[in-house]
Design a protein around this ligand. Structure first.
Ligand SMILES: Cc1cc2nc3c(=O)[nH]c(=O)nc-3n(C[C@H](O)[C@H](O)[C@H](O)COP(=O)(O)OP(=O)(O)OC[C@H]3O[C@@H](n4cnc5c(N)ncnc54)[C@H](O)[C@@H]3O)c2cc1C
Length: 464
């Protein structure tokens, strides 16, 4: 006789960011009894509260104004002076509009039980939240990440900001001079936001260039754009220490340049943007979930080493993007609901478009050429500068390029990088081509509107 175990819920989801919310909605819609546990005061996770939504709302204004700057020769076009306090208010409004206040209501309308507090895994089916025990057949870990803080002497005492505390910190005291530690996507986006408000910005980057995961040409272009707007960039540096003046609170960052010389920069505010670490550490030891590169290891079905525990979004990776979190939520929810093996879905990490929303925008899809070089994979790359497009003559703010690389034998696209134009939008053309296995020759035959930046996809494809 088999004993049927009864659980409080079919699935408990830990974390209400884009990954957790989406999985909860799908599972509930399919009739499961679902609970979502959230430790923060608000639902919605990083994306909604202090990630994509507030930054993209501020960048939509600063990038628009930067675009206008290139047209300043037009008579009577005076440039608006932005105040960081106003911009931050706009970001907060966008967070509200994006639904952070309504998510709780939405969950309860859908019949999703919400539990407030930090969840700890007790065993494969049991979670503890503030001493209350909840059981579930399946658990989905969607706990995201925390800002990763480098171990630099004096940094902890410097009252630094991170992407999590930026809005609150800036509201408390508007900065005049900011040092950003880390020239990745978050560092470069914030550099341009602050710079657009007349705030002096210095970026300190350990790698040879900013946006080190991007194509080298894109990094160079962004480096140039930052320098053009008087943002100071130090690359290939190693930070030694941070000192804070006890009375003025001014901070000095001491670093060593590539050539071994010592240097320092000072500012009233430090913003640390050096990446992410896993946030759910406690409790993982109870069930030894395997980790990989510091995050929860999953298979392509989004399952952890404990089969009924799934991990999705930033907690798992490999891409720490909302778009990937949403895809993994769909995959995990599908696989929890699957009746048989043939119903299972696998996550697709080969075609993940991403974008850094700097001015110009930098979008990437596929395997970067640097990593193809490292793997010894043969490819053929071609680049089209947007100055070759008619669009750039009618709109001088259109600057940048499209680079595509293909498998020379199969003539299929291996990856692409678009810098400038509405790159975040247009990279989806390449994404569509890659996912549907369109050859570069077929891409050369698509019809595009004249004069647009999207013509670059057809024109460049025809050059292969
Ligand atoms: C400044 C910035 C800009 C970004 N811009 C973009 C962008 O433009 N496009 C893009 O695709 N991505 C962007 N991202 C990345 C994006 O925000 C993340 O990839 C996304 O939020 C990950 O979603 P998630 O659901 O996995 O985790 P999160 O959104 O981090 O949500 C995790 C939730 O789990 C909760 N939690 C953690 N531990 C526990 C626990 N033990 N118990 C209960 N609850 C817990 C947390 O409080 C949090 O609410 C940006 C990130 C930053 C920082």
């Amino acid at each position: 006789v088999t004993k049927k175990i009864s659980f409080d819920f079919d699935t408990i989801i830990v974390g209400s960011g884009p990954a957790g919310s989406t999985a909860a909605e799908i599972l509930t819609a399919s009739g499961q009894r679902v609970a979502i546990i959230e430790s923060a005061d608000t639902f919605g996770g990083e994306c909604l509260n202090y990630g994509c939504i507030p930054t993209k709302s501020m960048l939509s204004v600063t990038n628009y104004l930067n675009g206008l700057k290139t047209k300043k020769t037009i008579d009577g076009l005076s440039l608006v002076k932005l105040k960081i306090s106003k911009l931050v208010k706009l970001a907060e409004d966008s967070v509200g509009r994006a639904g952070v206040n309504n998510l709780g209501r939405l969950f309860s309308n859908l019949g999703i039980k919400t539990i407030s507090g930090r969840a700890y895994l007790v065993n494969q089916n049991i979670l503890d939240v503030n001493g209350s025990i909840y059981t579930a057949k399946n658990i989905v870990i969607a706990t995201g990440g925390e800002p990763k803080i480098p171990n630099i002497p004096g940094l902890a005492e410097s009252d630094y900001l991170t992407y999590k505390t930026f809005i609150a910190g800036v509201k408390l005291k508007a900065p005049k001079k900011v040092i950003i530690i880390g020239g990745g996507a978050v560092g470069c986006e914030y550099a341009q936001i602050l710079n657009a408000c007349g705030i002096s910005v210095t970026i300190l980057e350990a790698m040879p260039d900013v946006l080190s995961g991007q194509e080298p040409e894109a990094s160079k272009l962004i480096h140039w754009a930052l320098a053009e707007s008087k943002i100071k960039v130090h690359t290939s540096i190693r930070i030694e220490s941070v000192t804070t003046n006890p009375s003025s609170k001014f901070k000095q960052v001491h670093f060593i340049n590539k050539d071994g010389t010592r240097a320092k920069e000072s500012a009233d505010t430090l913003l640390v943007a050096t990446g992410k670490a896993l946030s759910l550490r406690d409790g993982l030891d109870n069930i030894p979930l395997e980790l990989e590169h510091g995050f929860i290891k999953t298979n392509s079905f989004c399952q952890t080493s404990a089969g009924n525990i799934y991990a999705i979004g930033d907690a798992a990776g490999p891409f720490r993007l909302t778009s990937t979190a949403l895809q993994q939520a769909r995959v995990a929810a599908n696989n929890i609901l699957a009746k048989s093996k043939k119903d299972l879905l696998q996550a697709d990490y080969d075609h993940v478009p991403s974008c850094v929303f700097t001015n110009p925008e930098v979008a990437l899809i596929g395997t970067p050429t640097l990593s193809l070089n490292q793997q010894g994979i043969k490819y053929l790359a071609k680049t089209l500068d947007f100055s070759e497009l008619t669009k750039s003559t009618v709109d001088p703010s259109v600057k940048g390029f499209l680079k595509i690389w293909i498998d020379p034998k199969k003539r299929l696209i291996l990856g692409a990088c678009m810098a400038g134009g509405p790159a975040a939008e247009l990279i989806s053309i390449i994404s569509l081509a890659m996912q549907t296995h369109l050859s570069i020759d077929q891409l050369a035959k698509i019809n595009t509107v004249f004069p647009t930046v999207s013509e670059s996809t057809r024109i460049l494809a025809a050059e292969f």
